[in-house]
Each structure stands twice: as C-alpha cells, then as structure tokens.
Design a protein around this ligand. Structure first.
Ligand SMILES: Nc1ncnc2c1ncn2[C@@H]1O[C@H](COP(=O)(O)OP(=O)(O)OP(=O)(O)O)[C@@H](O)[C@H]1O
Length: 356
C-alpha cells in the first residue's frame, strides 16, 4: 500500500488554485500535489490554513479537529492526530485508506501533513452540520425529520457496501457509530474516521494473544454500545462487525436515543432486545403500539412519518444485530431491502462503479 504515498509529484503551479465557485484558494508555500487531487502540506501550511488552530470543531480519542480555510468561502476540517509513535501508525493507516476512497457518502480527503515520524494531520472536506449523534441528541434545537433519517440509513449502507464489496482489497471500517457519520446542510451524510479500519486479509485475522505477554496488548477496535459481541469474544474483525454497528445506528435513528444512555449507562441494544426478538420471531409483523413505544417521541408531529417504514427500519436493525455474524445481511442485502420496501429511496441509489 505504501506506493500510494511514494507517487509524489512536485507541482509549483498548484500553490494557487480555484474552488468550484472560482474563488482563489489560499496560496500555501511548499505544498505538493499527490494523486487524486490530494495535496501534501508542510506544518507551516497547516498553521496558516487553520489560523494557528483557532477553531476547534470536534475531538475524538486520538485526534482534534480544527476548522481550516482554503479560501474565504471554502472551508475544510483538519484532523490532527495526537503525536505519538503508535498513533502515527493510526494516522498512516487512515491516510492510506482515504487516498484510495472516492464515494459520495465517504468523507473526502483534500490533503495531509506527514512528518514521517510521529505527527500527522488530514485535511478533509468540511461537513457543516457536524455528526449524527449530536443531531439526534434531545438537546439539539432541530428535530431530524423521518425522511432524512431513512435517507441517512440508506446512504450509510451505500458507503459500507462500497468499502465491503466494491473495493479490492475489501475494507472493514471497524467503528461504525453515529458520531462517525457527518452531515451536510441538506442532511446528506458521509462516513468518516477510518482510523480503526482493516484492509483485505488482515480484517479476517484474529490478533495473536498466545506468543508473548506483550502481544496480549492487542488494540481492540470499536466503541461502547456499538461493538459486535462476536468480535469481543473472538477478536476477529469482519465485515459483519460493521453491519452490527450499522444496526445500532438504525436503532438510534428510529428511537432518537444514544447507543449508551448518558444518565444510566444502559445500552440501546439491551433496551431494544425484547422488541428485536419479537421482530425476529414474528418476521417483522409487530403491533403498532410497540413500534410507537420505541419511536422517537419528537417524530409524533412529523408529517413524513410512515409507520410501515419504521417497521422496515426496525426489521433491518434486528437482522443486522443477530448474534451469529453469518445470519446478518450484507450491506447490499440491506440496500435491496430498503429499496424494495421504501420505494422513494430508489431515486438516491449511488452508482456501483468502483473508484479504486
Ligand atoms: N470533516 C469534518 N467536518 C466536520 N466535523 C468533523 C469532520 N471530521 C470530524 N469532525 C468532528 O470531529 C469528531 C471526531 O472526529 P473523528 O471521529 O474523525 O476523530 P477520532 O479521533 O478518530 O475519534 P474516535 O474517538 O471516534 O476514534 C466527529 O464526530 C465530528 O463531530
């Protein structure tokens, strides 16, 4: 994979360019164009693009995300990985994967900084509405309409299908959760954070825990409330662990609840377990009353709400959350079910052509 990073081409003319609206982009010294229109930046560039890291827009376990400006109207997000040798490997892995990906529902890489030792930063397209978890939060001023919720589920399924089925070698994201789903102003979504992703054969390999005490310190991937119990038991990362995480996201979209409740620490998959069992036992045919009890109460005045669609979403979640990974659907089966049962979604199917 390292060939993606060695195909670097110096290009003096790239320092002044224009965006889609013909606005002049910031001239940065020392930047270098690499493949797919991605630019390699120096640390001075990074400081200037972020006005010395003046606006923090997000943070995660391993990084801080700052607002960057490529022109007065063209914003970007700069993800700076915490400086350490181990996290440098996480940065490199995320960079190499993003360099290979181009999909309407996967966050776009615009550039990066790499000191080749322990510091790195990714310049990403900016998603102004933040992440899905914040949008679904009860304290969010705006209630995300039902129509947008089904579109988001559908778009995330398309992003997962792309990495699982259209990329060679395949990619397992490893951390599908609502805070890794970013929203634009129209509430279209993009999957982000490929820091836990596994590529190809490595995604099927169980981490060794037998050879030495040091090798027992395997970094488990995933986040509380979303982690596939099968992965927790075996340590084997597979595509079906992404499908499990997707199932939890669908429960969040329907219920408006967090994957782990902030007040009581209760997991949504546990709260939803009786309903899920009933769906699996009765083959989706559950009573309206039970559906309404689980549904986000803020949707009660939403004209776009359709209880049959809610049942479809719950049925999809139930199958994605089955304890045996082999009984969970693939991403393309999820897409097929959604299109069959919610015909309005078929207008937004993204072409299947691989970009890799
Ligand atoms: N391109 C972007 N545009 C807007 N906001 C972003 C962007 N990228 C990240 N963010 C914000 O920063 C948060 C953290 O980003 P990200 O998940 O990539 O960081 P991380 O360190 O990998 O987190 P984690 O702890 O999940 O591994 C996101 O949930 C989102 O709120």
């Amino acid at each position: 994979m390292s060939c993606f990073l060695t195909c670097v081409r110096f290009d003096d003319s790239s320092t002044t360019t224009t965006d889609n609206n013909n606005n002049k982009l910031t001239t940065v010294t020392g930047s270098v164009s690499v493949s797919n229109g991605v630019t390699s930046y120096t640390w001075d560039d990074v400081e200037s693009l972020t006005s010395n890291f003046s606006t923090l827009i997000g943070s995660g376990g391993y990084s801080r995300i700052y607002l960057a400006r490529l022109s007065s109207s063209y914003k970007a997000a700069l993800k700076v990985h915490v400086s350490s040798h181990r996290l440098y490997q996480v940065f490199r892995s995320e960079l190499e994967i993003l360099l290979r990906l181009q999909h309407p529902h996967i966050v776009k890489l615009l550039g990066y900084f790499d000191d080749s030792e322990e510091s790195g930063a990714l310049l990403l397209e900016y998603l102004p509405q933040g992440n899905l978890q914040e949008k679904l939060n009860r304290n969010s001023k705006q209630v995300l309409p039902w129509r947008n919720r089904i579109a988001i589920a559908f778009q995330v399924a398309q992003a997962i299908e792309h990495i699982h089925e259209n990329c060679s070698p395949q990619i397992v994201h490893g951390d599908i959760k609502s805070s890794n789903i970013l929203l634009d102003n129209d509430f279209n979504c993009k999957l982000c954070d490929f820091g836990s992703a596994k590529v190809g054969f490595s995604s099927m390999v169980q981490p060794s825990t037998t050879t030495s005490p040091r090798s027992k310190q395997v970094r488990m991937i995933g986040s509380p409330g979303y982690t596939d119990p099968h992965y927790l038991r075996t340590g084997i990362a597979s595509k079906k662990m992404d499908i499990y995480g997707f199932g939890v996201v669908v429960l969040e979209l329907v219920s408006g609840k967090d994957a782990v409740s902030a007040e009581r620490g209760e997991m949504l998959v546990h709260t939803a377990a009786p309903l899920i069992h009933e769906i699996l036992d009765s083959n989706s045919d559950i009573g309206e009353e039970k559906v309404r009890q689980f549904l986000d109460p803020r949707l009660s005045r939403d004209n776009s709400l359709d209880l049959e669609e809610v049942k479809t979403m719950l049925g999809v979640a139930a199958f994605c959350l089955r304890s045996s990974p082999s009984l969970r659907p693939s991403a393309s089966q999820v897409i097929k079910t959604l299109v069959q049962k919610i015909p309005s979604l078929s207008f937004s199917v993204v072409g299947k052509k691989s970009d890799i």
